[in-house]
Write a protein that binds this ligand. Structure first.
Ligand code: UD1
Length: 443
């Protein structure tokens, strides 16, 4: 057997079909941890963050802060101390920004703290164009002068006081990192900033809670209007990162698709309301505890469910790929409509190679459930698409080899370890080990 694969890149091999069982501890949220790490730029004092997930994106964020002169300390597991006492640079270079778009989140804090910032434009992205015009427009409305030169966003405060000025900012689209960038910058502005049509994601609220612990005056986070009264300076704080609702949702779909029964632990159940509603519609029995969710799908085939992605509290785009997989092995047909990103269906082609019956019509996937999928070599293309492929490998008959899994490592903390502890036949191999396995199989 031979198929083109990327040499020297880790792969995940899954032998399905598998059932999973038991419980899994959910890690801290990637999308909360990243803005929190960058919030450290707003103060000279140390920020201590606990429940930090072990992810490539967190490593990238820390490398970026290191470049800016921030002191970083890894404490006992899952906790970091970050201190931006004296910053040595205000420039976020292309090589770091291109691997992680969330690096754009240094723009607001650097500008507010130093009066200037240079952040590489993130460039293209597998899931769509993902512009940052709303971040730029918001900061301009607060008095920043911004030009785009040589691929960089170059921002400078040119107000008489040298501080950003509070403003009423209407976001034309709901943007999570856009809201976070402006909210962080506004904490140190002169006067009051109001963000209208703000993102309501729990990660935005978590950032506001931490900023308030650092001395900011933010109200309304979690609603579509956030008010930030600027203060002269922020101070250090300790903050516990909220649980990753997308990781939790991914494990719950894994259980539903494999007709299993599991518990996800250390979560905030109501953050998953939209996802849980769809899982119940698919036939899962769900029970909630204070910080856990039980899902029971034993012996039942899921029913196909209609999905429309939209900003929180509606159904998250980051769970779309996983539900396309669930529908692929469900009873009946249903549509999955992607309303946030224009090119977020790259997992569909890979699932089709495993036997899924999916038609793409613009930004809607019409998914017709089939009896079973077959294992195949597949390619991870972006973070959440990869999660869909891991679940497909658990469900499919035979061997699935997922190439380019560095995409998964960006956002899932030890996914293969967690699934194998729950009974999944899943392992990570290096590119070299995989070549050796192929050679041995060829005799
Ligand atoms: C965040 C999440 C990502 C999630 C996404 C949508 C982080 C680190 N990442 O990404 O996991 O998939 O929210 O829930 O939190 N847009 C503009 N102009 C802008 C900004 C955004 O047109 O300046 C558009 C985007 O192209 C997209 C939509 O707004 O169509 C929402 O994007 P946004 O919420 O900004 O996504 P991110 O914050 O990058």
């Amino acid at each position: 057997m031979f198929f083109p694969c990327t040499i020297n890149v880790d792969k995940i091999i899954i032998n399905g079909p598998c059932k999973i069982t038991g419980s899994v501890k959910i890690s801290g949220a990637k999308n909360a941890a990243l803005p929190l790490i960058f919030a450290s730029l707003l103060t000279e004092e140390p920020l201590r963050l606990t429940n930090i997930p072990h992810l490539q994106d967190v490593t990238t964020a820390m490398s970026l802060l290191g470049r800016l002169g921030v002191k970083l300390e890894l404490n006992e597991q899952l906790s970091i101390n970050v201190q931006a006492k004296a910053l040595s640079s205000c420039r976020a270079p292309y090589e770091l920004v291109k691997t992680m778009r969330a690096s754009i989140l240094v723009l607001g804090p650097l500008l507010a703290r130093l009066g200037e910032a240079e952040v590489s434009l993130p460039g293209g992205c597998a899931i769509g164009t993902r512009p940052v015009n709303l971040h730029i427009k918001g900061l301009e409305e607060m008095g920043a002068r911004i030009v785009i030169e040589e691929g960089y966003i170059k921002a400078r405060i040119e107000t008489p006081s040298g501080r950003l000025q509070g403003a009423r900012i209407f976001m034309d689209m709901v943007s999570v990192t856009g809201t976070e960038n402006i909210m962080m910058a506004a904490t140190l502005a002169e006067g009051t900033t109001i963000i209208e049509n703000a993102a309501r994601e729990p990660e935005v609220t978590d950032l506001a809670v931490c900023l308030n612990a650092m001395g900011a005056k933010i109200s309304g986070a979690g609603t579509s209007e956030i008010t930030i009264e600027g203060v002269e300076q922020l101070h250090g704080a300790t903050h516990h990162v909220i649980a990753d609702r997308i990781e939790a949702g991914t494990f719950l779909v894994a259980a539903a698709a494999t007709r299993s029964k599991i518990r996800v632990r250390q979560v905030i159940p109501h953050h998953l309301d939209a996802v849980l509603k769809k899982l119940e519609e698919a036939g899962a029995v769900i029970e909630l505890g204070d910080d856990y969710i039980d899902l029971d799908m034993q012996g039942r085939k899921p029913r196909a469910v209609t999905i429309d992605t939209a900003p929180y509290p509606a159904f998250p785009t980051d769970m779309q790929a996983q539900f396309i997989l669930l529908n692929s092995v469900a009873d009946g047909s249903a549509t999955v409509t992607e309303n946030i990103f224009e090119n977020r269906f790259m997992h569909v082609q890979e699932l089709q190679r495993m036997g899924a019956n999916i038609e793409l019509k613009g930004h809607t996937a019409v998914v017709h459930g089939v009896e079973h999928l077959n294992g195949a070599p597949v390619m991870a293309t972006d973070l959440r698409a990869s999660a869909g492929l891991v679940l497909a490998g658990l469900v499919a008959k035979g061997e699935t080899v997922i190439d380019r899994i560095y995409h998964i490592d960006r956002g899932y903390d030890c996914i293969e370890e967690k699934l194998s502890q729950m009974g999944g036949e899943i392992q990570r191999v290096s590119g070299r080990q995989y070549q050796q396995m192929l050679a041995a199989a060829a005799g």
